[in-house]
Design a protein around this ligand. Structure first.
Ligand code: ADP
Length: 475
């Protein structure tokens, strides 16, 4: 992967930061739009209802003035005559607002500020003469035309002019604040996002470097990243993996070293005897000794080869287990039968106390486990000694115990007992033809069947060893 990077690659940090900022911008923009729209609608509603109230008040005032005057006066005549006076009166009533009065046809009859410039309202006047309220905005002011409708019908039109300056100023100050808040939070989020992601990507880069380092065979001594999140967990995981690979490599190296070393001893012995035979062809004593020795050493070699193959097979492949339902006690009967002859040779007695215990296990592996443990109990026993094999159930386990009155195992040797090629003493091993592979095979096989194996001294207080194997019972 390294070496052929694409020409341009936007790093994770930038992608996230830009994405985050865009999202924030969009949110602020949408919110601002909603808020500003709401304000505008609210302002318009207030202005409208305010103007409606004022124009109603104006119409009422004109009517009152008319009614309090001469009853003979007709309405259009009254309005024409007193228009200017009425406009001024209404302006005073409506706190100085600019008021213009029109007759029902839309002709001006009074203006509270005749000198000030009045905007052209011809376009909307058509609607006002038809009895409708109309208004239009011109610059910062709003022109509002409301028909004066009395019981006799429409008698005229009142025009009010309102300044919207304050409303507009308020609106634009809110808009400005929103823009500032938007830009401010955009800048802050951009900065914070960038700084945070900078740290995250720096951690990721460290992890990639750690992976490269492991690939080159330089294993990790400590977690490359310390964080209390998923990246921290990933880093712990990579460190754990590195340690496991390192240990497994070390174990393999040691195993290979041991194999070569252990093979050398019997081979050297065989070659030495062959050389001696070459030199002293006619010595019948040497002939007998050499034959016996070569036979014993090659037997040991063969056993070692078989066990090493078995072990490495289990390490390398998904070991082919044919787990089946079987009674551990029955298998023990068979194994004890096979080794009865050997025990008798050593003048040993095998006592059994077997109760049915049904487990799920591979038959071949189970026989292998029991054969090895019973064989050790015979090999490392003393003449006239005894061996007890028992099988019973305990809670949800099948418990199998091999107990012997043999030479026992010194306390300092117990920790390494199940390691490949470990022998308590070389002399012992040579004497019995042991390879130091038996117990490590037993342990692997037991674990593959989800069981456990452990050593303890003879539980009866006598000299000797006790190996306890347990497997989960079938429910
Ligand atoms: P080996 O093939 O040499 O017997 P094992 O792995 O089976 O190898 O055993 C490892 C060592 O543990 C042996 O060298 C032996 O000294 C010791 N050992 C195993 N079983 C017993 C036992 N029942 N009593 C005394 N020593 C034992």
């Amino acid at each position: 992967m390294r070496g052929n990077k694409p020409a341009f690659r936007l790093s994770l940090k930038w992608r996230f930061t830009i994405g985050l900022a865009a999202l924030l911008l969009l949110t602020v923009a949408a919110l601002s739009w909603l808020v500003l729209r709401e304000i505008k609608q609210d302002q318009m509603q207030k202005v409208e209802s305010d103007l409606k109230q004022r124009s109603d008040l104006a119409s009422l005032r004109v009517r009152q003035t008319y009614l309090s005057g001469s009853a003979l006066d007709n309405i259009p005549g009254f309005l024409r005559r007193r228009g200017t006076e009425l406009a001024a009166d209404l302006s005073a009533l409506l706190s100085g607002a600019h008021v213009i009065l029109y007759d029902a046809k839309g002709n001006e009859i009074g203006n509270s500020m005749p000198l000030s410039e009045s905007p052209d309202v011809k376009d909307i006047m058509v609607y006002a003469t038809q009895g409708k309220i109309v208004y239009e905005q011109s610059g910062d002011s709003l022109i509002y035309l409301a028909p004066m409708i009395w019981s006799v019908g429409q008698v005229g039109i009142v025009q009010l002019q309102l300044s919207l300056k304050a409303d507009h100023a308020f609106y634009s100050s809110i808009a400005k604040s929103l823009r500032n808040i938007g830009l401010g939070s955009l800048a802050v989020s951009f900065l914070l996002g960038f700084l945070y992601l900078q740290r995250v990507t720096a951690s990721l880069r460290k992890l990639r470097e750690a992976a490269d380092q492991i690939r080159d065979g330089r294993f990790l001594t400590q977690s490359p990243v310390r964080r209390h999140d998923e990246i921290g967990e990933l880093s712990e995981g990579i460190t754990y993996m590195s340690r496991e690979i390192e240990q497994s490599l070390a174990r393999q190296k040691q195993f290979i070293g041991n194999v070569s070393h252990e093979f050398k001893t019997p081979l050297t012995s065989i070659i030495a005897y062959s050389d001696l035979l070459d030199m002293y062809r006619d010595d019948p004593l040497l002939l007998d000794e050499a034959r016996a020795n070569i036979r014993q050493e090659s037997g040991r070699l063969l056993e070692m080869v078989e066990k090493v193959l078995h072990l490495s097979e289990m390490e390398q492949y998904e070991f082919n287990l044919n787990a089946e339902k079987l009674d551990a006690a029955e298998t023990l009967v068979e194994v004890c039968g096979r080794l009865k002859g050997k025990a008798q040779q050593f003048q040993l007695n095998i006592e059994t106390d077997l109760h049915a215990a049904v487990i799920k296990a591979d038959r071949e592996s189970l026989i292998h486990i029991f054969l090895n443990l019973l064989d050790n109990a015979i090999k490392y026993n003393v003449p006239g000694g005894s061996i007890q094999v028992s099988c019973h159930t305990e809670a949800d386990s099948a418990v199998i115990v091999f107990r012997d009155t043999g030479i026992g195992i010194p306390a300092e040797a117990r920790a390494k007992l199940f390691e490949p090629f470990y022998t308590v003493s070389k002399d012992r091993a040579r004497l019995t033809g042991g390879t130091g592979l038996g117990l490590s095979l037993v342990k692997r096989l037991v674990e593959l069947q989800h069981g456990k194996v452990a050593f303890s001294p003879h539980s009866g207080g006598q000299q000797g060893s006790q190996f306890t194997v347990s497997f989960p019972l079938i429910k």
